[in-house]
Write a protein that binds this ligand. Structure first.
Ligand code: DCP
Length: 649
């Protein structure tokens, strides 16, 4: 779970940018007639109108929520337009959203180090850009400041009865402010410009938080949505955390947050201040204890990783209730589909980014019929990944069979899974991880020294190199919760991203906005705040969208990023294969045996959201860091002063 890290510097400028109702915006760009109308994106199964996975802000005004199914949403807002998520191979096809996310990342990454945290959110380290701006063109010298920036919400500044814009203007122009505050001003200006650029080039609005670390930036980005930005000056941190419900803090939304409430009576993050670091360590372990101590003070040393591409690719599918797969043939059929998609995606990654995935992992949710012990988990299995759809399919099936034998207690390799061993599969997923750049060549054949990637016969899932992937137990009570990780980025552009459709007629759309709002809102918010829909039946008839869906629940989307499990013994599962470290999935004959390892760190937390919900918690479990022997050193940068911001947080 959380890893305590010192603040690298007390004057970093970090932004968290989160797209607004992202899938809905993507669908509204595909179908511009939906703009301004209450819209939601639903899963592809028709049961009860399908689970809502994204809800537009117009629909939210009618009380429509993501936890609803389509039928319920229609009751709340009869005019809602339910757009079905694209489907391919009998499951959701998220490519269009991935690609749209990549368009945004391409823009946001222009001004500083950029970490793609999920399908629709990034962290930016803008420290260098802000320092440069401060030295070359300080904010108070700027002739004109972007309206979006002037509309920033700045936590903790005294409004003195003035309009928000006026207050922000004064904050921005205060040349007597501290260096760190002035850096944040520069960060806010840069982020405002980036958000405008995103809108112009992609038609998407986004919201952002600007602070001195990732934790605070993430917290702030969701405070004023849609299409707004929020700044957290150093001086506002204690007041902010004092009233922040503990479960709202990233990574405290789950078991750890519940334990803090139940066992320590902690209701807000600020309540944690009453506990010493030693006390927190005693209760939650050394590392988590220190992390909690830091969280209470708004300290977070997590660095923005320069990562625009995913660490792994995953495809999964659930088979709830009567849909459970009960024969090897049906499992094979679905595995083939999942592997085909996985193969396409890793091949595309290889073609576009020169990156090779090294590890194939299979995870399943299986029950044993009439067995009181059927709560036993199906063991996840992994093996070296061989390129080529058929090889991946073949290996995935072997991994499944191996896991099933173990699950059923048939330990010998030759044991047959028969009809007497009744079982049912309710979820399946395959993940390609340990994705590494090929060394400085544009030719994959050169990299593999003449071996056709699809022809390798070694390193596949045989009994020697099938590995148990799931660490059987994790010490510590931590769970990896509270983040917002959705999906795997993909660098390719979709059809919709060609120059024709990606060019925004901003003025046209801007003018369509509600005049009342446009008087007070910045240009991005104006763009977003189209007239409140009337929910009339005529609109409904005019935009007859899809209302299908699946019985599975809306996938939970927790996650965590930036873990460093390198020191974790249990987090690394090792075995011996004939794999070479330099070409792990493609092995030369006669090579010496080398140790091959599968490290949970190689799985991008953002892949989790794409997996079936039932699988997500287990995969998240892999990402739980183990407690380290050493206590992370406490930063001296604790926030010592309390201020009295006027704004309610
Ligand atoms: N998503 C999903 N399943 C979920 C939650 C989200 O498939 N349970 C998808 C659809 C969302 C996208 O991920 O559009 C991004 O999720 P967010 O949590 O960032 O939510 P939105 O972008 O939809 O809305 P907001 O403006 O509140 O961020």
């Amino acid at each position: 779970m959380p890893i305590a890290r010192r603040e690298a510097s007390d004057a970093r400028v970090i932004a968290h940018v989160d797209m607004d109702c992202f899938y809905v915006q993507v669908e509204q760009r595909r179908q511009p007639n939906l703009r301004g109308l209450p819209t939601a994106v639903v899963q592809y199964n028709a049961w009860k109108g399908g689970g809502l996975i994204a809800v537009g802000y117009e629909a939210r005004r009618f009380g429509v929520k993501r936890s609803m199914r389509g039928d319920e949403a229609k009751k709340a807002c009869p005019e809602i337009h339910l757009v079905q998520v694209p489907v391919a191979r009998g499951k959701a096809d998220l490519n269009v959203y991935r690609d749209a996310g990549s368009e945004v990342v391409a823009i946001l990454s222009q001004r500083g180090r950029c970490e793609r945290a999920s399908i629709d959110e990034v962290y930016l380290d803008l420290t260098d850009a802000a320092e440069t701006m401060l030295s070359e063109s300080p904010p108070e010298m700027l002739e004109e400041i972007n309206e979006e920036v002037l509309k920033s919400h700045v936590l903790g500044i005294d409004k003195n009865g003035e309009e928000e814009g006026e207050t922000a203007k004064q904050w921005i122009g205060n040349s007597d402010a501290s260096h760190r505050d002035r850096l944040l001003v520069c960060g806010a200006i840069i982020v405002g410009e980036l958000r405008m650029q995103v809108l112009k080039e992609t038609e998407f609005t986004c919201s952002a938080g600007i602070a001195h670390n990732k934790m605070l930036a993430k917290l702030a980005s969701g405070m004023n949505k849609p299409a707004q930005q929020t700044v957290v000056p150093f001086s506002a941190v204690n007041k902010l955390l004092a009233s922040l419900p503990i479960k709202k803090m990233k990574q405290l939304g789950g078991k750890l947050g519940s334990s803090l409430q139940a066992d320590l009576g902690v209701n807000t993050v600020g309540d944690l201040l009453q506990f010493s670091e030693e006390k927190l360590q005693e209760k939650y372990g050394i590392n988590t204890g220190t992390w909690l101590w830091n969280v209470a003070r708004g300290i977070d040393g997590d660095e923005v990783e320069g990562r625009l591409l995913p660490k792994s690719h995953g495809c999964g599918k659930t088979f709830p209730g009567p849909q459970a797969l009960k024969t090897i043939t049906s499992v094979e059929r679905w595995l083939n589909d999942l592997c085909e998609e996985l193969s396409e995606r890793i091949q595309s990654d290889l073609d576009k980014n020169n990156r090779v995935a090294h590890t194939l992992t299979l995870h399943a949710r299986v029950y044993k019929a009439n067995d009181s012990e059927s709560l036993k988990k199906f063991p996840s299995k992994s093996c070296p990944l061989r390129y080529g759809t058929m090889k991946i399919q073949e290996d995935a099936l072997k991994l499944f069979n191996s896991g099933l034998r173990e699950f059923l207690g048939l330990y010998k390799a030759e044991s047959k899974v028969t009809m007497n061993n009744k079982w049912g599969v309710t979820a399946l997923s395959v993940i390609a991880s340990k994705i590494l750049a090929t060394p400085g060549t544009c030719s994959i054949l050169k990299y593999f020294r003449g071996v056709d990637p699809s022809c390798s016969t070694e390193g596949h899932a045989n009994n020697e190199n099938i590995l148990d992937t799931l660490p059987t137990s994790h010490s510590g009570t931590e769970s990896c919760l509270g983040g917002d990780m959705t999906d795997l980025p993909k660098e390719s552009s979709c059809e919709e991203t060609n120059s024709n459709c990606s060019k925004l007629n901003l003025n046209r759309d801007g003018k369509r906005t509600n005049k009342r709002n446009s008087e007070v809102a910045g240009p991005i918010l104006r763009y977003f705040s189209t007239p409140s829909p009337s929910c009339s039946s005529s609109q409904h008839a005019r935009h007859g969208i899809i209302q299908d869906i699946e019985p599975s629940s809306t996938p939970a989307r927790d996650g965590c990023s930036g873990y460093n499990l390198a020191e974790s013994q249990n987090g690394t599962l090792q075995g011996e294969t004939r794999l070479s470290n330099s070409s792990p999935s493609l092995v030369q004959h006669g090579q010496e045996k080398q140790q091959w390892s599968f490290n949970v760190e190689d799985i991008d937390p953002s892949v989790i959201g794409e997996l079936p919900p039932e699988i997500q918690d287990e995969v998240r479990g892999w990402l739980k860091p183990l407690k380290h022997a050493k206590t992370a050193k406490r930063s001296s940068n604790n926030i010592a002063q309390y201020f009295l911001p006027t704004r309610d947080t």
